[in-house]
Design a protein around this ligand. Structure first.
Ligand SMILES: *[C@@H]1O[C@H](CO)[C@@H](O)[C@H](O)[C@H]1NC(C)=O
Ligand SMILES: *[C@@H]1O[C@H](CO)[C@@H](O)[C@H](O)[C@H]1NC(C)=O
Ligand SMILES: *[C@@H]1O[C@H](CO)[C@@H](O)[C@H](O)[C@H]1NC(C)=O
Ligand SMILES: *[C@@H]1O[C@H](CO)[C@@H](O)[C@H](O)[C@H]1NC(C)=O
Ligand SMILES: *[C@@H]1O[C@H](CO)[C@@H](O)[C@H](O)[C@H]1NC(C)=O
Ligand SMILES: *[C@@H]1O[C@H](CO)[C@@H](O)[C@H](O)[C@H]1NC(C)=O
Ligand SMILES: *[C@@H]1O[C@H](CO)[C@@H](O)[C@H](O)[C@H]1NC(C)=O
Ligand SMILES: *[C@@H]1O[C@H](CO)[C@@H](O)[C@H](O)[C@H]1NC(C)=O
Ligand SMILES: *[C@@H]1O[C@H](CO)[C@@H](O)[C@H](O)[C@H]1NC(C)=O
Ligand SMILES: *[C@@H]1O[C@H](CO)[C@@H](O)[C@H](O)[C@H]1NC(C)=O
Length: 378
């Protein structure tokens, strides 16, 4: 069987990724709360590479295979993603791979903590981005149906050292006045990388819960607090953030000076999901806790971004006293006010230099197994 070039590299460099159950962060409108760079590129990519070398259309030797059609040529394949996960060896330290054939998988998937590093790869003719994904995992639980945000997630990933490639994770619950939290992913622990993944939701799409996490070349869709979490150090690079309703992109739950949490969105785009999203319909973020720390830099902000940029948490509990909400070198009509040096919300600011990824992901992040440099630095 032939290995797509990228896959061999993935295997050669093996993989890695934590929630204090947060309080029921709320309804959208209900009472109470609511709703250096010494990095070097491993291989040149992009120019000169044929589509074929980026194809990931057959499972590497030893992979556990999922195929909803049951038609793959692999004699032992699993009809659901969860049964594939359940077939992984829970004792080995050796890295493992789960390969998923095209299909829409209607299920919730839980990946427990395991001693081995795990790669999950969705079948795709071109793994460099999310645009050619053929695998979708979807369900529609919300907090109204269960007892924690984590338990609503389409993918509950509790395994450190996990890389996820080319899968669409959807939570189709939609909106509700209360307890509408409905996650696409619960990235429960640190050491997780998501590459070419689509995250589709409305409220609380991505729970970046704990530890160092990387999201690159991904699509992130939502309206309310749709990138949130309490202690994670999460870096978002070349992601396309699309709003599908009025709201707030980030909701950082950093709660004191020593809490390590960062959310940095770098070299990305923020737009409405379609032209019907009104101008000024989203804030870059609001502080779930009063030490919230979010930086948006080198990013294109479309008209959907409100001139004030950043919001208080809510009227009776603004949470703005100790926040770090900052921008650096953004462009687009949603950043006109900053370009004209007219201040946004008075608890936000502008940096003189960009935040570097090692500040967020750790000093030697580029050597981490779960960091795939093929998706960074263009
Ligand atoms: C991948 O998607 C892009 C954009 O949707 C499309 O132009 C391209 O042809 C697709 N590539 C393959 C290999 O299907
Ligand atoms: C979740 O709760 C809503 C509202 O009660 C209900 O309509 C829906 O069927 C429930 N979903 C599931 C998957 O149980
Ligand atoms: C635009 O997106 C919104 C939110 O997903 C949807 O309700 C609406 O139907 C879309 N409009 C068009 C013209 O596609
Ligand atoms: C700060 O927050 C972190 C993460 O929530 C927590 O572990 C730590 O105990 C907190 N420290 C103080 C002084 O409250
Ligand atoms: C990302 O960075 C590259 C290289 O600096 C640049 O060409 C591209 O326009 C940037 N993307 C956005 C959305 O700013
Ligand atoms: C902000 O930080 C200061 C200094 O640590 C502290 O005294 C104050 O209580 C904090 N305010 C909030 C709302 O957390
Ligand atoms: C920030 O702006 C708000 C609303 O305009 C105002 O009430 C508040 O006093 C200002 N705070 C500071 C520190 O200037
Ligand atoms: C950025 O530079 C300006 C001008 O030198 C200075 O007034 C401002 O305090 C600096 N801001 C930060 C966040 O360092
Ligand atoms: C698993 O990932 C960790 C953290 O990145 C790394 O140190 C370790 O070498 C990897 N294990 C294997 C067997 O590759
Ligand atoms: C961040 O954005 C800059 C400028 O767009 C880009 O050069 C850089 O590669 C991006 N990613 C990282 C990890 O620095």
């Amino acid at each position: 069987m032939r290995f797509p070039t990228l896959f061999v590299l993935l295997l050669g460099r093996v993989l890695s990724c934590n929630e204090a159950e947060r309080d029921s962060k709320a309804s959208i409108s209900g009472r109470g709360s609511t709703t250096d760079t010494r990095h070097s590129r491993i291989i040149p990519r992009g120019v000169g590479q044929s589509d074929t070398s980026n194809a990931r259309m057959s499972p590497p030797d030893g992979a556990i295979v999922v195929d909803s059609s049951g038609r793959s040529s692999i004699p032992i394949s699993h009809l659901t993603v969860q049964s594939g996960v359940d077939a992984l060896d829970r004792r080995t330290n050796a890295p493992q791979i789960l390969f998923i054939y095209p299909g829409v998988y209607h299920e919730q998937v839980f990946i427990p903590p395991m001693p081995s590093n795990l790669t999950i790869q969705g079948y795709t003719p071109d793994g460099r981005s999310y645009t050619n994904n053929t695998v979708t995992i979807t369900q529609n639980l919300a907090l109204i149906n269960t007892t924690s945000d984590d338990l609503t997630a389409t993918l509950r990933n509790w395994n450190s050292n996990t890389k996820v490639y080319n899968i669409n994770l959807a939570n189709t619950f939609g909106r509700a006045a209360t307890n509408g939290q409905s996650l696409a992913v619960s990235a429960h622990v640190g050491g997780q990388g998501y590459y070419g993944v689509q995250f589709l939701g409305f409220q609380d799409t991505i729970l970046a819960n704990k530890g160092a996490q990387l999201y690159a070349k991904c699509l992130i869709v939502g309206a309310v607090d749709f990138i949130f979490g309490q202690t994670a150090q999460a870096w978002f690079d070349q992601v396309d953030i699309r709003t599908n309703g009025f709201g707030y992109i980030t909701a950082s739950g950093r709660d004191n000076y020593t809490n390590p949490s960062w959310f940095v969105i770098n070299n990305s785009t923020i737009q409405g999901i379609n032209s019907s999203m009104p101008a000024g319909s989203t804030y870059l973020g609001r502080p779930w806790r009063s030490f919230a720390r979010v930086v948006i830099q080198n990013t294109f902000l479309d008209t959907v971004v409100k001139p004030q940029g950043w919001s208080i948490w809510e009227k009776d509990q603004p949470n703005t006293q100790n926040v770090t909400f900052a921008e650096y070198s953004n462009g687009g009509p949603g950043s006109t006010r900053v370009q004209q040096k007219v201040p946004r919300a008075n608890f936000s600011g502008v940096l003189n230099t960009s935040i570097k990824p090692d500040t967020v992901l750790g000093k030697a992040f580029w050597n981490e197994w779960w960091v795939d440099l093929n998706y960074l630095f263009l």
